[in-house]
Design a protein around this ligand. Structure first.
Ligand code: AMP
Ligand code: ZN
Length: 114
């Protein structure tokens, strides 16, 4: 756990969240400021600062996260599609320095993003 990391504190239960799922590798919870009818985040339990910091070992966790996203999306009724977003670094719009994947659905999403 990294000191002063918002998502590490959420994973540890020190800050409340609306949990959807967790296992040994990941924690999934609803975004506090939803940008679509369904908007949740999936984070690795290990503190990885961003997608840019992945390595051969932690890359496997991302694969497991994507499999879980597909299952949760089905369970949450996103049969018509959804978007997985990773904001990486300052220009990518990342505001929390703990790797996370946004999952957005329940409406038609515009492309390209701004
Ligand atoms: P990003 O801008 O990609 O780093 O995404 C950070 C996301 O975390 C934003 O969509 C925020 O709304 C969300 N967020 C911030 N604080 C919380 C919180 N306490 N619980 C749930 N989501 C949060
Ligand atoms: Zn963290």
């Amino acid at each position: 756990m990294a000191q002063d990391c918002l998502f590490c504190k959420i994973i540890a239960g020190e800050i409340p969240s609306k949990k959807i799922y967790e296992d040994d590798l990941m924690y999934a919870f609803y975004d506090i400021d939803p940008q679509a009818p369904v908007h949740f985040l999936v984070v690795p339990k290990e503190h990885i600062p961003s997608a840019d910091q992945l390595d051969e070992r932690t890359a496997g966790t991302v694969g497991r996260i994507f499999l879980t996203i597909a299952r949760l999306a089905r369970e949450l009724g996103l049969e018509n599609g959804y978007r997985i977003v990773n904001n990486c670094g300052e220009d990518g719009g990342q505001t929390v320095g703990h790797l996370h994947f946004h999952v957005l659905g329940g409406r038609l999403l515009a492309w390209p993003p701004g």
